[in-house]
Design a protein around this ligand. Sequence first.
Ligand SMILES: NC(=O)c1ccc[n+]([C@@H]2O[C@H](COP(=O)([O-])OP(=O)(O)OC[C@H]3O[C@@H](n4cnc5c(N)ncnc54)[C@H](OP(=O)(O)O)[C@@H]3O)[C@@H](O)[C@H]2O)c1
Length: 325
Amino acid sequence: MAKRIQIEQNGGPEALQWAEVTPAEPKAGEVRVKNHAVGVNFIDIYFRDGLYKAPAMPTSLGTEGAGVIDAVGEGVTGLSVGDRVAYAQGPLGSYSEYHVLPAAKVVLLPGSIDFETAAAMMLKGLTCQYLLRQTAELKAGDVVLFHAAAGGVGTFACQWAKALGVKLIGTVSTEEKAALARANGAWEVINYSKEDVVERVKELTGGAMCDVVYDSVGKDTWLTSLDCLKSRGLMVSFGNSSGPVEGVNLAILNQKGSLFVTRPSLNGYADTPERLKAMCQDLFSVVANGDVKVQIGQRFALKDAAKAHIALASRQTTGSTVLLP
Ligand SMILES: NC(=O)c1ccc[n+]([C@@H]2O[C@H](COP(=O)([O-])OP(=O)(O)OC[C@H]3O[C@@H](n4cnc5c(N)ncnc54)[C@H](OP(=O)(O)O)[C@@H]3O)[C@@H](O)[C@H]2O)c1
């Protein structure tokens, strides 16, 4: 038997149950990972509260983790029992001592990266990889606005942007988070709980505004974000921390300067084993050369996943959050 966090129905953090289950056997093309560390992400909250629909109930949550392969299904090549691995994509169920998933979603972990670091970096780091290096191919001198700059994805973005020579303006809600974003390489920081973001972006850019805005806050920041772009700039809406953006009238993109908008996801970019591997190589190299330091702001026991969800949803966390089985 093994333990996992599961929900029987959507709800608040109290819906998370500490349950005993028999670990599933891997089917053809799958592996089973004995998790040593599990990543916590905002998407886990969307699946818990029902914004995103889980395929079945009861279900465990989570799509990110790191550990050791302890069983291999038929037809799997390149992965064996005992391998140190990490993963960042579905199916749901990483909030668990054992997780079964397709071998195609699992990558071998370099010896230099420990399990906690891996669980803290896979989903957020790969997201940052595609946002900065694929959704927009940023180059030195570009100016971008990145909301929630002291958060999980934001902490990767500040550092990676600095390494690329990109001027990242980060938004944050407190002075402590502002200091953190600055320390991580943000070019400038705006405390959006007390400053006018559009006016500050105007000042900071001499009126030129931003080439790209990365907005994971969603509902609360959508319009502000559009106003921070230069003509023909790119709006990357990649999350819903304050709620989803709904009811958009496309004409607004014309009114605000012939803007481009995209709503990307990690699964849409790491959609083949080859693409996943290439993205991991890029991520592992910036971590190995020290450009990006993985920062674990919070650790919780797996059974205390509810505490992690409460902290993340109430904006108390910085950097990455990991659960320890
Ligand atoms: N599309 C993708 O591929 C993809 C992949 C990974 C993550 N994401 C998205 O990226 C975002 C960041 O994920 P994360 O796991 O790294 O979380 P996070 O950034 O560590 O936490 C969310 C942050 O959003 C800010 N925020 C603003 N308004 C909020 C509100 N009403 N409620 C809660 N937080 C609010 C808070 O920072 P301040 O206090 O500084 O405002 C908070 O710390 C999430 O929206 C997530 O869904 C998308």
